[in-house]
Design a protein around this ligand. Structure first.
Ligand SMILES: Cc1cc2nc3c(=O)[nH]c(=O)nc-3n(C[C@H](O)[C@H](O)[C@H](O)COP(=O)(O)OP(=O)(O)OC[C@H]3O[C@@H](n4cnc5c(N)ncnc54)[C@H](O)[C@@H]3O)c2cc1C
Length: 313
């Protein structure tokens, strides 16, 4: 991560910045660029629009680092409701879950049971569950829980982060389990002992993992990036692949590129967050593209305009 990116992370973790962003119209406008809305109905409306344009979605109920059981139970119930709606609406969709939202911080047993419940419900509704990858405090537990739950149910997937130095080993371990593996660069601030820091290094690590993943027919690769170099290499590797794979991109990021890939007939899934707990998610999107924060600051200044606050990348 560059110094500038680290500075953005520090600024957005400051409580004053948090109040400024969550409590002002420009802040909420900024969030609406990346978040479907506050509730499931809003997410379903956006998912329907995307489906009409040939895109599938992964519904992500915002929330992480949950510290008490009622909140983890509420998240579980909301995800069950999401799976029911996916089937009722006939949407090409699955769900993406964060294990700390399902109690990993205080009760890993609850998390394991919750994942079982979701995998089973998803199976009944004809869809799948993807496990997001959070920061490195949770990598081992996430990989372990994915492996055991996938072995029982067979309809899960997990995200692996190219910037982590341990990921080649995790990938080798998980490939025999089938499922879908989402490869991304990684969005958290990690120390140099654990993670590659420079942009070029992270891209090179992604390319190495991409070769392995795209050449393995046991899994469905989900290539989660907006980086042209990585997308081009994926398309080259796809020519030699017999099984399916998909691209994944974030809602609100590089929409013209999303349209081009879908129009060319490639499977593309949009990661679609919804819910009121959007601040931590937004801070990661700002760190990836600090220019987003500049537009927000401009909108706050006297005479600033919060309409069209973040230009379409
Ligand atoms: C579907 C999906 C799921 C993900 N799941 C996880 C996860 O579980 N765990 C995790 O750690 N990370 C996750 N990520 C985030 C990922 O790790 C990266 O932080 C993020 O995708 C940016 O990396 P990039 O590969 O797009 O490359 P970058 O080099 O960051 O971006 C390439 C180009 O895309 C555009 N772009 C990228 N990000 C933004 C943005 N925020 N705003 C505007 N333009 C942007 C810019 O034009 C940029 O030049 C996920 C990403 C996607 C797409």
């Amino acid at each position: 991560m560059s110094l500038f990116t680290r500075a953005v992370v520090a600024v957005t973790h400051n409580p004053v910045t948090r109040r400024l962003i969550t409590g002002t119209p420009p802040g909420r406008a900024l969030a609406s660029r990346f978040v479907a809305g506050d509730d499931l109905d809003a997410a379903i409306r956006v998912a329907r629009n995307l489906a009409d344009r040939g895109l599938s979605v992964s519904l992500d109920l915002l929330g992480e680092e949950v510290r008490d059981r009622p909140m983890a139970e509420a998240a579980l119930a909301a995800y069950q409701a999401s799976l029911d709606r996916i089937q009722q609406e006939g949407l090409p969709a699955n769900i993406s879950v964060k294990l700390t939202q399902l109690g990993l911080v205080f009760d890993p047993g609850f998390t394991r049971d919750a994942l079982d419940v979701l995998a089973e419900r998803a199976g009944e509704r004809g869809t799948t569950v993807t496990i997001d990858m959070e920061d490195s405090r949770y990598t081992q537990a996430t990989v372990d829980l994915y492996a055991s739950t996938q072995a029982r149910h067979g309809n899960l997937g997990v995200c692996l982060q190219a910037y982590l130095k341990r990921t080649p080993q995790d990938l080798e371990r998980l490939l025999p389990l089938g499922g879908h593996i989402r490869l991304c660069k990684g969005a958290y601030l990690e120390p140099p002992e654990l993670a590659f820091q420079g942009r070029a290094e992270v891209r090179a690590a992604f390319l190495r993992l991409l070769e392995v993943l795209m050449r393995d027919e046991r899994v469905r690769p989900a290539i989660a990036t907006h980086d042209d170099v990585l997308i081009r290499r994926t398309l080259e590797l796809a020519k030699e692949r017999t099984g399916p794979f998909e691209f994944q991109m974030l809602y609100g990021v590089r929409e013209p590129l999303q349209g081009r890939l879908a129009a060319a007939g490639h499977d593309l899934r949009i990661y679609l967050p919804f819910g009121s707990e959007w601040y931590p998610y937004l801070t990661r999107r700002l760190a990836e593209r600090p220019a987003n924060l500049v537009f927000f600051v401009r909108a706050l200044l006297p005479g600033g305009d919060s309409r069209g606050i973040v230009p379409r990348p």
